[in-house]
Design a protein around this ligand. Structure first.
Ligand SMILES: Nc1ncnc2c1ncn2[C@@H]1O[C@H](COP(=O)(O)OP(=O)(O)OP(=O)(O)O)[C@@H](O)[C@H]1O
Ligand SMILES: [Mg+2]
Length: 331
């Protein structure tokens, strides 16, 4: 990314990927890294190769830690699993050093020379019916970003960020859904005001782990297959594809039923006055046929509010970062 000395940055700190966004003229620029790392034995030769290829890495305790995008390929080649600083949308308390590692990965996504910029980062919503404490996650990331040189930091809810990114045409009224790696985040906003937000603890990782469990494949391998060749319909001949489809449906049902519960249970069912759109974003919506599958499930669930259309975000992997950027720019 280009220098952006006193600019504004949107940052999506996701379980699976970290994406930084900034605006240059009329266009938004994105820089993404996998929020993951893998440890390999140290050798001078490997270290030099990584340096030459500009692969983010560090040497710690006689081992090489490879951060970001390259960690997945390396793990797959070596038959290892990648490790994650975050799980289910928040900092992974079981992964020691997760803060140091996330700091390294975040650094590689932020534009050089952008210190001092105003920055807005995404945080998940609590899961439905739970009063999870997200304060630790949010406050820790805020502190980390301040230490990295960004004094003006605020956060935005992920589902709300989807609305900011995609629903300018309805004056930021509608439902934003982000199907991520750790969670699905859902928010309903009326004229940009967040009315209701929640998350569902099933996302891409749930699909990968569950499909790995029933097929005996490695989780990371399932993820790569899912990303590279999975599509809805026509999976009957292939056990892995079939398993992925089953858990995808499970995730879709969790979102739709969550929406139904949230809307029916809320004392004041939001009345938009007219049908509002629902936007689908996040890496999970990319497989061919996802939108149609989701639409069918939503129709069957008969929500208490009318939906005008179900659309895919323009750029599903970058939607949250773009929404965080819109939030930061609007301040
Ligand atoms: N082409 C693709 N087809 C299917 N799934 C994909 C594709 N690309 C990425 N994914 C999946 O999308 C998920 C990552 O999406 P995303 O980057 O939106 O998540 P995240 O924001 O990091 O996670 P979260 O919001 O849950 O914290 C992963 O499960 C990944 O396997
Ligand atoms: Mg996300």
């Amino acid at each position: 990314m280009k220098d952006n000395p006193k600019g504004v940055i949107g940052l999506d700190i996701g379980t699976s990927r970290i994406v930084a966004a900034q605006r240059e003229g009329d266009s938004d620029q994105f820089n993404a890294q996998l929020n993951a790392f893998v440890t390999i034995p140290f050798s001078k030769l490997t270290e030099n190769s990584l340096k030459r290829e500009e692969v983010p890495h560090a040497v710690i305790d006689g081992q090489i830690l490879i951060y970001g995008n390259e960690s997945a390929r390396m793990a797959d080649l070596l038959g290892k699993e990648i490790r994650r600083p975050m799980t289910r949308g928040i900092l992974n308390a079981n992964e020691q050093q997760s803060l140091a590692q996330i700091a390294e990965i975040v650094k590689t996504t932020l534009p050089e020379g952008s210190k001092g910029s105003k920055l807005c980062f995404s945080i998940p919503a609590p899961s439905l019916g739970q009063e999870e404490n997200l304060t630790y996650h949010e406050a820790t990331l805020r502190q980390l970003l301040e230490q990295l040189g960004y004094p003006d930091v605020r956060s935005v809810n992920e589902g709300v960020a989807v609305v900011y990114s995609e629903l300018e045409d309805t004056n930021y009224t509608g439902i934003g859904v982000s199907c991520g790696g750790g969670l699905c985040n859902i928010s309903l906003a009326y004229m940009s005001v967040p009315v209701l937000s929640f998350s569902v603890p099933k996302g891409g990782d749930f699909i990968d782990t569950s499909a790995a469990g029933v097929t005996g494949e490695m989780v990371n391998r399932i993820r790569l297959i899912k990303e590279e060749s999975f599509r809805f319909n026509g999976n009957l001949g292939d056990k892995v594809m079939q398993a992925i489809a089953v858990y995808y449906d499970d995730m879709i049902q969790a979102i739709v039923q969550g929406l139904r519960t949230a809307l029916t249970g809320s004392r004041h069912v939001p009345k938009f006055g007219r049908p509002a759109p629902l936007v689908l974003s996040g890496g999970g919506v990319l497989p061919h046929g996802f939108r149609e599958r989701f639409e069918k499930a939503l129709q069957a669930a008969a929500l208490p509010i009318p939906i005008s259309e179900i659309r895919l975000a323009k750029d599903p992997l970058n939607t949250t970062a773009r929404g965080a950027l819109v939030a930061a720019l609007s301040e």
